[in-house]
Design a protein around this ligand. Structure first.
Ligand SMILES: Nc1ncnc2c1ncn2[C@@H]1O[C@H](COP(=O)(O)OP(=O)(O)OP(=O)(O)O)[C@@H](O)[C@H]1O
Length: 345
C-alpha cells in the first residue's frame, strides 16, 4: 500500500471515459485534459493497410467529407466495439496524447466501459491500454461511474437509480453499497434518436439529411414534449424526388414527432427496471428520485416526460455530459480505496 502510494506520486495516473460518442481523459490532480469525439480518421494504403491520420475533433471534422481513400471511423457503435483494431488505436492515441513522455513511471489507468461489453471486448480494451504503456488497468462500468459523477455516495446502503443516455446506449443502473444491484442497457440513445430524425425528415419532406445535420436538429430544437414557444432550424439535404440540394425549415414540433418513438423505448426500459426493483430499495428511489446523466439528459423536457410516465421525480445531473468522466475521475482520486469495485484480472 505504502509503496503503491509512493509510486503514485511519480506517475500520472489517468482515467478514461471511453464513450461511443465522446472520449474524455482525466489526469489525477489535473481534471479533464482531453474531451474529444470517439472518431478515428484512417487512410487506406496499399495491400489493405490502414494508417491512422487523426483522432478526436480533427477526425470528426472529416466525417462525411472525406475523399475516397480516407475514412472516418467511429470504432465504438451502439455501445459495443464495432472495430477492435481501431478502438485499440484510438485508445493508444488518446493515452499518448494525455501521457506524453513526461512521467517517470507508467500510469495506472481506470477505463470506464459500457455495461454491455463482452469479456472479449473488455480484454481488448485492457490490452490496448497496457500496450499503450499502462502499468495497471482497471475497468469500471458506466452506470457506476455515472452514479459517482452525479454525486451519489455509492458505498451508502441506499438505492440510487441513474439513467445514463449516451450516444450508443442508455444504461440504467441501481447502485447500492458499492455494487450494481440491478441494471439494464439498451441500444436506444443519441445515435438512434438521430436516425429517427433522418427517417422522419425523409418520410415527411422527401429530404435526405446527414448524421451531423440530424444531431444538430436534435440539439438545437429537439424536445421530448411539445414546447410552448416553438423553436425552428433550417436544414439542408438532398431532395429525394429531384435529386437536388434543398433547404427546409423544421420546427420543434417536427423534432418532437421524430424523437417520440426512441424516447418511448427509453421510458419503457426504465419502467422495466422499476418493476424489477427489490422492494427495500424501491422506497429509496421514490424518496430520492431518478438522476439523468449523459448527453441525452440535455434533451428538452425529458425529465418531465419521464416523470409523467413513471410518476417518480426525475432530475438532470449537473453537467450531465461530464458525469461519467467526473465519476471515473473521482474513482481515480480514491483508487486505493475503491480498488475492490474495479475489475482487474
Ligand atoms: N444538448 C444536447 N441535447 C441532446 N442531445 C445531446 C446534447 N448534447 C449532446 N447530446 C448527445 O449526447 C450523446 C453523447 O453523450 P455522451 O457523451 O454522454 O455519450 P457517450 O458516453 O460517448 O456514449 P455511450 O454512453 O453510449 O458510450 C450524443 O448522441 C449527442 O448527440
Amino acid at each position: 500500500m505504502l509503496l503503491n502510494k509512493l509510486i503514485g506520486l511519480f506517475s500520472n495516473d489517468l482515467s478514461i471515459d471511453l464513450g461511443t460518442a465522446n472520449t474524455l481523459v482525466i489526469a489525477k490532480g489535473h481534471g479533464i485534459i482531453i474531451n474529444e469525439p470517439s472518431v478515428v480518421a484512417v487512410k487506406m494504403e496499399k495491400f489493405g493497410q490502414q494508417r491512422v491520420l487523426a483522432v478526436g475533433h480533427e477526425a470528426k471534422e472529416m466525417v462525411g467529407k472525406t475523399p475516397g481513400n480516407i475514412r472516418a471511423i467511429r470504432p465504438m457503435r451502439d455501445g459495443v466495439i464495432a472495430d477492435f483494431d481501431m478502438t485499440e488505436k484510438m485508445i493508444r492515441k488518446f493515452i499518448e496524447k494525455a501521457h506524453g513522455r513526461s512521467a517517470l513511471i507508467s500510469p495506472r489507468i481506470i477505463i470506464c466501459v459500457p455495461y454491455g461489453l463482452t469479456q472479449v471486448e473488455r480484454k481488448a480494451v485492457r490490452e490496448s491500454a497496457l500496450s499503450a504503456g499502462a502499468r495497471e488497468v482497471f475497468l469500471i462500468e458506466e452506470p457506476m461511474a455515472a452514479a459517482i459523477g452525479a454525486g451519489v455516495d455509492i458505498r451508502e446502503p441506499q438505492g440510487n437509480l441513474v439513467v445514463d443516455i449516451g450516444g450508443g446506449t442508455t444504461e440504467i443502473g441501481v447502485v447500492s453499497l458499492g455494487g450494481l444491484v440491478l441494471s439494464k442497457s439498451i441500444r436506444t440513445a443519441g445515435d438512434k434518436i438521430d436516425k429517427a430524425i433522418i427517417d422522419y425528415v425523409k418520410r415527411k419532406y422527401n429530404l435526405l439529411i446527414g448524421d451531423r445535420t440530424a444531431e444538430e436538429i436534435k440539439i438545437e430544437i429537439g424536445t421530448a414534449l411539445p414546447l410552448e414557444k416553438r423553436l425552428t432550424k433550417v436544414a439542408t439535404g438532398r431532395d429525394q424526388v429531384e435529386g437536388m440540394l434543398s433547404t427546409i425549415e423544421l420546427t420543434s414540433d417536427d423534432a418532437y414527432e421524430a424523437m417520440k418513438e426512441p424516447l418511448k423505448e427509453i421510458a419503457e426500459a426504465l419502467r422495466d427496471v422499476l418493476e424489477k426493483m427489490p422492494p427495500d430499495l424501491a422506497g429509496d428511489i421514490v424518496d430520492h428520485g431518478i438522476i439523468l446523466t449523459g448527453g441525452g439528459a440535455l434533451i428538452r423536457q425529458l425529465d418531465k416526460f419521464l416523470a409523467d410516465i413513471i410518476r417518480i421525480p426525475v432530475f438532470v445531473a449537473d453537467e450531465p455530459l461530464l458525469a461519467v468522466a467526473k465519476g471515473t475521475g473521482r474513482a481515480l482520486e480514491e483508487i486505493d480505496l475503491l480498488q475492490e469495485l474495479f475489475e482487474n484480472e
